[in-house]
Every structure is written in structure tokens, then in C-alpha cells.
Design a protein around this ligand. Structure first.
Ligand SMILES: [Fe+2]
Ligand SMILES: [Fe+2]
Length: 323
């Protein structure tokens, strides 16, 4: 994945994110040989003509490279064009899903680096709105997105995965209203943003955490909630997810020890997505658990903590994502 294994100084991004006749505020580079760094193909501020784009397609450049220093310009460009990319009938669904997953991951990495940037949070909201509209129009979108889910754990991949799993579970549970799905998506995408405010010696600790470090880590839902409340850009339903995604239906969660139906349904959905992704991704201190094992563990040992009906739907969905 581009964000996790970058070529020094560059970001690899899908070619499908580049729109014909648009003007990019970033330089486009291509890799002509695997053992060489990317070379400049098109300078920024020049239009991407049909001939230019056609040349890249003909030469089978599925990915291009942009200078890492121009990442912000790229994020802004994709944020502006995401709706057009997702509604482009000439692009196959899998290419659109790749643009979506890639840009959401990159964007989330940037948000975690600069959590106080309102502009980045706004880009995140655009990407979520585009995703929800796309998955409502394109039945196959969610199963493609579920296939793209990365098993290497980084906070930014985890946030995007939780967003994808949450939207998939909500839709499978019969939630079809655009605004409800959008609010769920925003809360799920940003649910762990509070981790960016915790000392890296705790969040990046390669061994298991001490009790003292856990105590600090458990503050991330409140930190995230406070930060996003200060931004003033998120709806209360999304903020509720950020604050309460670690609550458990038997009252053993944190930070407020909520219980049963006092935990909102959108929060209960994101909790299941969060637990599943945490179990099925690789950590430095343990291997990823296979989906089947994670689901059985959730069903047996965690059954009193999670919403039973939603968990049943989630298990059924993971067994048959294309339905
Ligand atoms: Fe969390
Ligand atoms: Fe999480």
C-alpha cells in the first residue's frame, strides 16, 4: 500500500483519481523502471488533456507518483473531484473503490498528523458523503471495498476499515437513509482521532501496554470528542460514536460506562466494526486473527459486550458479503 511503503519522497496514487481536462496543482511522476525512482511526466498547473491521460492508460500506468511535499494539493484535488470520479460510468467499480480506499487512507493519515486542520476534516466529510452516495447507487461497491481492507494495522487504515465495516453493517441491517449513513460514516472514520493527541511513546509502543499506559490510552475517545466538538463541524450523532465506541452493552466499557439501549444503535454498529478490525489486523505483538476465529471469539467470549442482533447480522454479512 502506498502510504505504508512509500518510495522516498513520493506518494503512489491510483491513475483513476486523475480527471481528464482538469488542472492539477501537483506534479505527476511515473515509474518507468522498477529499480529507478519516478521521473517527472507532467508539471503542475498544466491541464491533463485527453492525449496526456490516454498516453498513461496506453502505457498501463495504473498508478502514478506525486511528490510527498504536494500531498495536501493532491488531497484537495481528490476531495474536489471525488463525486465526479465515483459517478464516471467509464471507470470500473473496482478502480473507483481503489481511489476511494486509497484517498481515504491517505487523508486519514494526514488528519492524524494534523488533527486541528478543519480543511482536512472537511475533506474527510466529502469523502464519506461520496462513499455513501456511491454505495447506495452501486450494489457491488461494498463487497469490493471489503476486499480492499488492509490487514496491516496502522491507525489510519484501522479508521478507514471501521468506516467501511460500519457502513456495510448498517446497510445490511436495513439503514438506507443517506443522512444517517453519512453521520455514521463520519463518526466511524474519525472515531480514533483522539489517539493523535496521545504521546507517541504510548500509541507506538511495540510491546503490550502497561496498566499506566492503558490508562492514558483509554482517554482517546474523550480527547477525540473534545477536539471534534471544538471544530464544530460534526453532528452530535457522529460525535457520539467518537466518544462512545468503547462502551459495552453490559456496562463494562468506557468512558461513561453506558449500558444496553442507552448506547445509540449507530454507536453499537461502530463498536462491532472496531472490535472486528482490531482482531483481524496484524500487530507488532501478535499476528492477525483469521476472520472466522475473530467472529467466533466475538460470538462466544464477547457476547455480553456486543449487541447480539447486530453481531448476528455482521457474522452473516461477512460470510456472504456480495448478497
Ligand atoms: Fe478507539
Ligand atoms: Fe478503533
Amino acid at each position: 500500500m502506498s502510504v505504508a511503503n512509500p518510495i522516498r519522497g513520493f506518494r503512489e496514487v491510483p491513475l483513476a483519481s486523475i480527471r481528464v481536462d482538469s488542472i492539477t496543482e501537483f506534479d505527476i511522476h511515473i515509474q518507468t523502471r522498477r529499480d529507478r525512482p519516478p521521473i517527472l511526466f507532467r508539471e503542475r498547473s498544466l491541464p491533463v488533456t485527453p492525449a496526456v491521460l490516454g498516453m498513461l492508460v496506453d502505457q498501463r500506468h495504473h498508478h502514478i507518483y506525486i511528490p510527498a511535499a504536494q500531498t495536501f494539493e493532491y488531497r484537495r484535488y481528490v476531495g474536489k473531484h471525488i463525486e465526479a470520479i465515483l459517478s464516471d460510468r467509464r471507470l470500473p467499480v473496482d478502480a473507483k473503490c481503489e481511489v476511494l480506499y486509497d484517498s481515504a487512507q491517505g487523508l486519514m493519515a494526514d488528519i492524524l498528523e494534523q488533527p486541528r486542520s478543519k480543511e482536512l476534516v472537511q475533506c474527510g466529510q466529502n469523502v464519506v458523503a461520496g462513499t455513501v452516495r456511491f454505495m447506495m447507487q452501486e450494489r457491488a461497491a461494498l463487497s469490493y471495498l471489503l476486499q480492499l481492507v488492509s490487514y496491516d494495522y496502522y491507525t489510519y487504515t484501522h479508521c478507514v476499515n471501521v468506516c467501511v465495516f460500519s457502513l456495510a453493517l448498517a446497510q445490511r441491517s436495513g439503514i438506507t437513509d443517506f443522512d444517517t449513513l453519512r453521520l455514521l460514516g463520519e463518526g466511524a472514520l474519525l472515531h480514533d482521532v483522539g489517539k493523535s493527541l496521545i504521546d507517541p511513546s504510548v500509541t507506538k509502543c511495540k510491546k503490550g501496554l502497561t496498566e499506566e499506559q492503558w490508562e492514558i490510552m483509554r482517554k482517546h475517545p474523550v480527547y477525540g470528542y473534545q477536539l471534534l466538538t471544538e471544530h464544530g463541524m460534526l453532528h452530535g450523532a457522529s460525535l457520539d460514536i467518537v466518544r462512545h465506541h468503547h462502551e459495552k452493552v453490559n456496562g463494562t466499557g468506557y468512558p461513561d460506562g453506558l449500558r444496553g439501549k442507552t448506547i445509540e444503535p449507530l454507536v453499537r454498529i461502530s463498536t462491532i466494526a472496531d472490535v472486528f478490525d482490531a482482531l483481524t489486523t496484524r500487530r507488532t505483538y501478535r499476528d492477525a486473527m483469521a476472520s472466522f476465529h475473530a467472529l467466533s471469539l466475538m460470538k462466544s467470549e464477547m457476547s455480553r459486550q456486543l449487541d447480539q442482533e447486530l453481531l448476528r447480522t455482521f457474522i452473516e454479512m461477512m460470510g456472504n458479503p456480495a448478497k
